[in-house]
Write a protein that binds this ligand. Structure first.
Ligand code: NAI
Ligand code: MG
Length: 490
């Protein structure tokens, strides 16, 4: 029993109260040793394979395909055939039934998907269980509702499906990004070839099981696994009509160059360096929760993460004190433990990138704070980190770190806050914390970001469009806006 200490005038409390382990069971997931490529409703034996691992302990999980350009071609041909053979001509109400069924099965099998997502990607089970899975299902439900209403969404414009969509997704929200991509594409009558990220292929492969379960016509959705080479083959393929990409700005730019001058449609959802702006009249404890959720949610592997904290000078001291105290309570460790707040870093490569940028922050002169924290011996881990004394020119204030690392800057006036917040090449999201409604509105208008959250952060909803300005990309996902990239108009 922990030692009891007496709080000022209060009852005795435990000084060192720790949680007992509460691991979610892995048994609900049945992994195969080896996965094929899902093409035309069948498992195609891949020519090349690689091993996908668990980032929490580096253990091997399964062998998966590294699809070659020929195999990508087979997938595109299957998608074209399904498009021509009836999917695109199916009444919207019929397509909607498949989307509803997918949503229902995702709900039914959500525990299995959540465990697998945490196993393969390193995110805490409470996030995959309470965020990724419910939102993925909600996305299918939402777009099921649009499938038979496209004429109403775009009156007098005669919306038609684009054709075959090539979709390339990242590793931070593997199943959720799959849902963001596949749901609107199918609702609009397109067929799909989707490539999951190389480090997190397993939930996309389990999703193929769902497609069979709901008896989706073969070839409507094809899944090819592999790294950037597979993605490049999909982008290059002549018979792909549209590319939807979520990932790094670097690769997004390369894809845009490659597609310039072709007839292919393109949407890009790239990086971010969001400002989370805290005014002196904000509810501080609430703001601290929002800051923590903004940057430590999903280990900071979030394109819209609130990675630049802008604090009004008059509340700087108390806010930072509260934030540091809150950081000490974050539990870092086993992604499958239900008490874990911060899980494993997704890959060795990402850990190296975070480590390098944090070192640059220290070298450039920022002050680092990390709470005492015992990290597991195996696997990829990074302690939640806060940098204060950050100048706008530092790399940690400019570059996307994509890890649990917060850079704190200060401001005096709303004008200065706007200027600093917009001083970035990105423009994906921003947050404003204040009690004044008028200030929220004026800030939302002046912040150059696709999403501006007010007194909250990292809130997602399928009905709300999401996407960026500038180097954060173009095109919107979610909402009625999210239909447009998957339609052509007469
Ligand atoms: P990445 O952009 O290389 O990977 C994203 C997806 O693109 C993966 O499926 C990958 O296989 C594919 N890909 C890679 N090269 C390609 C190519 N030439 N053609 C077509 N597809 C290609 O991102 P990476 O290397 O995993 O992460 C690097 C940095 O990018 C991260 O540290 C982070 O800053 C940022 N990033 C941003 C994301 C976002 O949600 N906006 C998601 C993932 C990474
Ligand atoms: Mg890359």
């Amino acid at each position: 029993m922990a030692e009891l200490e007496r709080k000022r005038g209060g009852a005795p409390v435990a000084a060192d109260w720790t949680y007992a382990p509460a691991p979610e069971s892995r048994d609900v997931v049945q992994l195969r040793d080896r996965y094929g490529l899902f093409v035309g409703g069948e498992w195609l034996e891949p020519r090349e394979t690689y091993t996908t691992i668990s980032p929490a302990d580096e253990s091997a999980l399964a062998e998966v395909g590294q699809a070659t350009p020929e195999e990508v071609d087979a997938a595109v041909r299957a998608a074209r055939k399904a498009f021509d053979d009836g999917w695109s001509a199916l009444p919207g109400a019929e397509r909607a039934k498949y989307l509803f069924r997918i949503a229902r099965v995702l709900q039914e099998r959500s525990r299995e998907f959540a465990v697998l997502e945490s196993l393969n990607g390193g995110k805490p089970i409470k996030e995959s269980r309470d965020v990724d899975l419910p939102l993925a299902a909600a996305h299918f439900f939402y777009y099921a509702g649009w499938a038979d209403k496209l004429e109403y969404a775009f009156p007098n414009r005669r919306p038609k499906p684009v054709g075959v969509a090539g979709q390339i997704i990242p590793w931070n929200f593997p199943l959720l990004m799959l849902a963001w991509k596949i749901a609107p594409a199918l609702a609009c009558g397109n067929t799909v070839v989707l490539k999951p990220a190389e480090t997190t292929p397993l939930t996309a492969l389990l999703f193929c099981d769902v497609l069979r379960q709901v008896e989706l016509p073969p070839g409507v959705v094809n899944i090819v696994t592999g790294d950037g080479r597979t993605g490049a083959a999909l982008v290059e393929h002549e018979d792909v009509d549209k590319i939807a990409f979520t990932g790094s700005t670097e690769v997004g730019k390369a894809i845009q160059r490659q597609l310039a001058g072709t007839r292919k449609k393109l949407t890009l959802e790239l990086g971010g360096k969001a400002a989370n702006v805290i005014f002196d009249d904000a509810a501080l404890d609430q703001a601290v929760e929002g800051i923590v959720n903004g940057i430590y949610f999903n280990q900071g592997h979030v394109c819209c993460a609130g990675s630049r904290l802008l604090v009004q000078e008059s509340i700087y001291e108390p806010l930072i004190q509260k934030l540091k105290r809150r950081l000490q309570t974050l539990r870092v460790g086993d992604p499958l433990d239900k008490n874990t707040d911060v899980g494993a870093i997704n890959s060795r490569m990402q850990l190296d990138k975070i480590t390098e940028l944090v070192r640059s922050g220290e070298e450039e002169g920022a002050e680092i704070y990390q709470p005492p924290c015992r990290l597991p011996e195996k696997g990829y881990w990074f302690v939640p980190t806060v940098f204060t004394n950050v100048a706008q020119s530092y790399r940690i204030a400019q570059e996307e770190i994509f890890g649990p690392v917060l850079s704190v800057l200060t401001f005096r006036t709303p004008d200065e806050a706007v200027e600093k917040a917009n001083n970035t090449m990105y423009g994906l999201s921003a947050g404003v914390w204040t009690e004044k409604g008028s200030r929220i509105l004026s800030m939302a208008e002046r912040l150059r970001a696709g999403v501006v959250w007010a007194n909250t952060f990292n809130r997602f909803d399928p009905t709300s469009p999401f996407g960026g300005y500038r180097e954060s990309g173009f095109g919107r996902e979610g909402g009625r806006h999210g239909l447009e990239p998957y339609l052509v108009f007469e």
